[in-house]
Design a protein around this ligand. Sequence first.
Ligand code: PSV
Ligand code: MN
Length: 405
Amino acid sequence: MVMNYTGKRVKKLKKLLEKKWFKGDDRRMPSISEIKKALQELKIETPSWGYGNSGTRFKVFTIPGAARDVYERIADAGTVHRFTGVCPTVAIHIPWDKVDDYKALQDYAGENGVAIGAVNPNLFQDEDYRLGSITNSDPAIRRKAVAAIMECVEIGKKIASHSLSLWFADGTNYPGQGHIRQRKEWLEEALAGVYRAMPKDMQMLIEYKTFEPAFYHTDIPDWGTAFLIASKLGPNARVLVDTGHHHPGTNIQQIVAILLQEGRLGGFHFNDRKYADDDLIAGSIDPYQLFLIFNEIVDAGDLSAGIAYMVDQSHGIEPKIPAMIRTVMNIQTAYAKALLVDREALSQAQAEGDVIAANSILQDAFETDVRKMLAEIREEMGVPADPLQAYLKSGHQQKIEAERV
Ligand code: PSV
Ligand code: MN
C-alpha cells in the first residue's frame, strides 16, 4: 500500500515536471509556473569576505585570482550575479571593506551590477576585544564596540542598506573568567542603544554561535538567547541563523520553523559543515538538511516574507568565484525540491498518522532531479543554464588569475 502511495506521488511529480498543471486546494502542489516564479524571486546575498584569501588558523593559502581589495571583492560579487542572476547584493564587513566614500562604493557596486546589502561590524579582530567587545568588563572597550556598530548604522543609512548584521565573538574560555549575567546585561544595554539609533526601515540581525572563538561560554550561544534579546529590543530585531553555528546533530529546520512561527527569523548565513563552523560550500555535505530547512520555509508561506538569504563562507582551498556559484546553485536546488513537496498529501498523511507515507513524500521531493527545470528557469532569466560550467568556460578565472598577482 505504501509503495502504491509512493508510486502515485512519483507520477505526480513527474507530471509536474512535464509541465502539466496539478489542481488542488490551498495545500496543493504549486504549478510549474508558480515554482519557476518562486525560484526566480529567491535572491541570495553573497559576502565580500568570501572573495578574498582566508583560511584556518593553520594557514591562509593564496588562492589564484582571489580578490585583493574591497573593489575586487565587489566586482567578484558582480560576476557571481552575472552568471547566476540571483545574487544582486553583497554584504560588507567593516573595517575590512572600509572606504572614505561609501556613496562612491555604492556607485561602484552599481556599475558591477550589484548593490550593497547587509553591513557587518567586525568586533573581533582588534586587540582591545581579547576579552570581549560589548561584554568587555572595561566600559571604554564596550563604548568603542558600540561606536563600531554605530558606524555601520551610519554606513547603512548612507547606502540605503536595511540590514545591520551582528555577530559577536564574545565569550569566555574558563569557568569564572566572566560573570555570565553581568555580561548579558552589558550586551542588552549596548544593543538597546544601537536599536534606538537605527532608522525605522533598518533591521538588526542577531547571529548566535554555539562556540568558537570562546570555548567555555559564548554570550549569544544559541537561537533561544538571540530570540530573547531580539524580543526585548523590538520588532526590527530578528534572529540570523548561520547553518554552521550549531552542535552536530542539531535540528536546524526545527529552529527555523519556530522562528518563522514567532516572526523572528531575520535571515540565514548559509554554509555547510561536517563538524563545526567549517565554512564549506552550502549543500556540499548535507543537502538533505538544506532541503529540510527550505521545506519549513515553503511550508510557512507568507510567514517567510522578508527573510534575508545570505551566504557566509570563506573558502580556504578552493577558487572563490566557482565556489560561490556552486553554493548558489545548491541553494536553488534545495529550494526547488522543497517547492515540489506535495503539502496536501503530506497533511493528509500526518493526519492519518501514516509515518511512512509522510516521510516518503519528503523523500520523493528530495530525490527528484530538478536540474532540467533549473536550467530552463535560468535560461528564461537570461543567464546560463549551467552557471558554473559557463563561468569555467568564460575565461574570466584565467583573466583574474593573470591580473591579480
Ligand atoms: C564567524 O563565525 C563568522 O563566520 C560569523 O558567522 C559572522 O557572520 C562572520 O564570521 C562574519 O563576521
Ligand atoms: Mn555567519
